[in-house]
Ligand binder design. Structure first.
Ligand SMILES: Nc1ncnc2c1ncn2[C@@H]1O[C@H](COP(=O)(O)OP(=O)(O)OP(=O)(O)O)[C@@H](O)[C@H]1O
Length: 230
């Protein structure tokens, strides 16, 4: 079973004037432990695809199985649980709460977890996780006082606190300088080498070079699926 299986996926955005086909007949399988780059020109549909993979948006047609679960048949509550447990998100603008501390930001996903024992177990991972991401000393610092690279490390820690199998990253280095970008992609690569499946939307060929394969999208169509890992 592949963690991600999409078949003949379509996404149409309807406005009063017209219907925009953001994704057109996209089929894609992603194996466990792969690191995949999604590339394409601006407006080609990359973020739309990532949002559907992240169960943030719904396709207009086609099927999506995530960890063998048919996503389109899930209730909003079940989808919220999937987003919380099975997926970690890393965004270009970090999507952190600036006036919260590092610790409070990283622990945020646990607020949505009902099981107290599991929440406790996950929270206990915090110190080791922050050390691993080299932000241990910033634990009580407000996020607004951190550099861009440090903020992205906090966002990666938050994505990992629930130990999801899949990390989805939308231009994770888009707001960072070249040196910091390299540090962040090397960090994501090391997380991938520990077994996480990682999907990264990027414009940057240097970032894509760290991935196992490149999926290219143009005008909502997948024009290249790259080579699968043997
Ligand atoms: N909510 C929406 N309503 C209407 N059209 C949308 C919506 N979201 C995206 N689109 C359109 O769908 C197309 C694909 O957008 P998407 O954001 O997926 O592109 P992208 O490849 O991620 O672009 P970029 O590299 O500039 O971020 C674009 O034409 C965009 O204008």
């Amino acid at each position: 079973m592949n963690p991600i299986e999409i078949r003949n996926l379509n996404k149409v955005f309807k406005t009063k004037q017209h219907a925009l086909h953001a994704l057109n007949d996209v089929s894609l399988s992603i194996q466990k432990g792969e690191m995949v780059a999604i590339m394409g020109t601006s407006g080609s549909g990359k973020t739309t695809l990532l949002h559907i993979l992240g169960c943030i948006d719904h396709p207009s047609g086609g099927s999506y199985r995530l960890n063998d679960i048919p996503v389109e048949q899930q209730s909003p509550k079940a989808l919220a649980r999937i987003r919380n447990r099975d997926l970690g998100f890393v965004m270009q603008d970090f999507a952190l709460v600036d006036h919260y501390s590092v610790q409070k930001n990283v622990l945020l996903p646990l607020n949505y977890m009902k099981e107290p024992q599991l929440r406790k177990e996950r929270a206990a991972r915090l110190p080791a996780l922050l050390e691993k991401l080299h932000i241990g000393q910033k634990r009580h610092e407000k996020v607004m006082n951190l550099s861009g690279g440090q903020k992205q490390r906090v966002a990666i820690a938050r994505a990992l606190i629930n130990d999801p199998g899949i990390i989805l990253a939308d231009e994770p280095t888009g707001a960072l300088d070249q040196k910091t970008s390299q540090e962040i992609i090397e960090l994501l690569k090391s997380i991938n080498q520990e077994g996480k499946t990682i999907i990264i939307v990027t414009h940057d060929p240097n970032i894509a070079a760290y991935c196992d394969r490149i999926v290219r999208i143009e005008d909502g169509r997948m024009i290249e699926a790259g080579e699968l890992i043997p």
